[in-house]
Design a protein around this ligand. Sequence first.
Ligand code: ATP
Ligand code: MG
Ligand code: MG
Ligand code: MG
Length: 428
Amino acid sequence: MLLSRYLLPVMKETPADAQIVSHQLMLRAGLIRQTAAGIYAWLPLGLRVLDRIADIVRREQNRAGAVELLMPTIQSADLWRQSGRYDAYGPEMLRFQDRGGREMLYGPTNEEMITSIFRDCVKSYRDLPRTLYHIQWKFRDEVRPRFGVMRGREFLMKDAYSFDMDEEGGRASYDAQFTAYLRTFAALGLRAVPVRAPTGPIGGDLSHEFHILADTGESEVFYDSALDAVDLTDPDAPATLRGLYAMEAEEHEKVVNCPVPPERLAKRRGIEVGHIFFFGTKYSAAMGMQVQAKDGSLVNPLMGSYGVGVSRLMGAIIEASHDSAGIVWPDSVAPFDVGLINLRVDDAACSEAAHALQAKLEAAGLSVLHDDRDARGGEKFATMDLIGLPWAITIGPKGVAAGTVELKRRATGEKHEVSFESVLAKLI
Ligand code: ATP
Ligand code: MG
Ligand code: MG
Ligand code: MG
């Protein structure tokens, strides 16, 4: 990709209306633009990151056996009347009418819709268990949209829904998602702590939130500091982590005998990036969804729902990975693998070498953002640091004469002179 043909409106100054660093950097690095309160356009660079985050979420959902579908953003009020939630949901739900006067809404979540789809399609125990998911925009008319995409009104969520014949199966489906979440967040370069959570308006008895511990988080979490030593990617970790290791502050207040000794009890702020629930027959009973069991009886399947804040994750990743010069993307979600800086676009040899290297790297499967603009070196370096691509390669007249480029690793700042021939091998 040539930067001269791209849309990358970077800003030098910190926008005054952005309070937290991820919001500031997302605006400064040209990832997003606010179009109305809590509603954002995803600019080309931001969209690439959003897609990569969604792809990692998708990969781990598929690995866990969940099946992707896509439900619409717009839902009918009648559907929500079947569960009794239409009136209960409150002003966070954006409601409107179509031209025929039918009451509609922009979905804040999809329990009702997936239950109705499953009710229509599935009649027998032979078709269970199933876990279905989609990655779709949601709208919640938040009282205080803030911190950029962290608390937007329109936001991208992965939501999965499990259907099982019995409690044991339901818990197994829940566990599969629990494990998928630990894998997902680790693949995104994040350490997300599972926190025992209140079930709230969705109801049910088993629920965990996943929090990134960060001072800018909006939730307060109590947790066992022994957790700091647990490797969350260890295959045995999920079993350990389901115990009472961490809790939301409001829940912790209700605990009579905290099993964590006071000297190990830590209090931190957290960003909620995921939330899973097992709520049994709440929706299947209310909405009359039944399947035939082996013995011929009719049974309400047991359900769970599992959300990941895909767009919020971008803010969380930046909160966890940045420095004073800008974003430091983990390799797994970086918008491009390599930034290629041509220091002298007016020098034919430099330009030829830069275009040739871009082609070579792209042919090897790497994504490259080639800064071929007629701009000063300092500006190009600052832009690359700000947008945080994992590698920067600089091509200048001296190097071209000597057959070398400068290779810089964004995360460490380490720089090396390497030959044109060997640079590809250093990147893969
Ligand atoms: P919060 O406590 O932050 O308001 P929530 O508990 O209302 O979130 P859930 O209903 O559990 O959210 O939705 C699943 C996930 O969707 C959350 O864990 C979070 O990552 C994400 N999410 C929820 N609300 C927003 C929002 N306004 N903007 C961005 N992401 C959101
Ligand atoms: Mg909320
Ligand atoms: Mg919450
Ligand atoms: Mg939640």
